[in-house]
Design a protein around this ligand. Sequence first.
Ligand code: GCO
Ligand code: MG
Length: 418
Amino acid sequence: MKITRVRAFLTAPDGIGIIVVKVETDQDGLFGLGCATFTQRATLVVKAVEDYLDPLLRGRDPRNSEDMWKMMMVNSYWRNGPVLNNAISGVDMALWDIKGKIANMPVYDLWGGKMREGAMVYRHADGRDPQEVLENVIKYREGGALAVRCQMGGYGGRIKEITAENNAPGAAAPQATHRIKGLENPESNFPGAYYQPDVYARSIPKMFDYIRSKIGFDLFLLHDIHERIAPIDAMRMAKEVEPYRLFFLEDPLAPDQIEWFRRIREQCATPIAMGELHVNAAEWKPLIAEQLIDFIRTHVSAIGGVTPARKLAAFAEQFGVRTAWHGPGDVSPIGHAANVHLDLCSPNFGIQEVIHFGPNLYEVFPGCPEVHGGYVYVNDKPGWGVEFDEAKAAKYPAENKVVEWTQARWPDGTIWTP
Ligand code: GCO
Ligand code: MG
């Protein structure tokens, strides 16, 4: 059995560029699909797959995924960046899809079988003020959600106008839009997405106080700081929200501020989630081994796919840390399916982030995971159980433009982690 070709496809069915890798074989009709989505640098991933991995892998036996993973990782000598990791992930997931198709089993069965029928999800509520966030939380709860992430003004706290569409249950969370100018200083020579970290930091505990006072404690609530504030302010916020019993507080700090996690831990019992920006094991090892976080929420394709993710999940299990794989709009339905396959068979599964899978995604990716009530489900077809319609994908080209929201700045112009 041999690999004959490795291809990458960039498509944007819901407006966000997502990347699919297809590994073809010399066996009749046998191929695999994987997710390689790094939306902010998408064309580089496509190049890495086509110019480097395709020639490297042709002629190899697709069943040897463990050997190929390590070989792809060391073949560039320098390793562990998000571009190359995503390219490797596309192949890695495709090889597991192939394995499942050969065995005629869903991947979760190859990994030990189901421990649960569906994975508990959290939905995204936003709003301009606590009242509006509350209304959206209630809509999700009425739709069966068991957990809701509450933001007020997107990441860092500003929001575009709420419309009937982006406010509907199931709609994607409205994202913050920031003016590309100075806030305090309109003459600023540093164009960027300005926001006010102090205003944001003060608003969030108040928001949770209001929501809990109205709905009580029978719903899991979450929040994503998205590294927007200084470490000491993140520590202060973790303490301030402690009475509201969050399911978790996400990304209080940037990945290079590990020492501060120890300090947050010493101060309060707010559960901490971290990891969507991680690209190598050195970043999560101390956080897990020292029990400084409660949920590891790596972006599976950014670390190189499901081969490392399974090892990470098993490592975290030993330390009582649960999984909450990153599941935003910049993960393809194949990547979302892979997340859920991991969730179904992991003893230390915590919660799963999902998006509203719109009709275009179902059109391009038949077999896409489905959310019902508070859970996300995959089908029981072989491999990931997700197809990819190349012709339909071509109808939704991805736009390559300068990314504005990641030019986050504080009022004085200082650039900050977005
Ligand atoms: C989340 C995230 C995302 C990221 C996005 C970056 O928790 O879902 O923080 O929304 O911002 O994936 O491209
Ligand atoms: Mg996040």
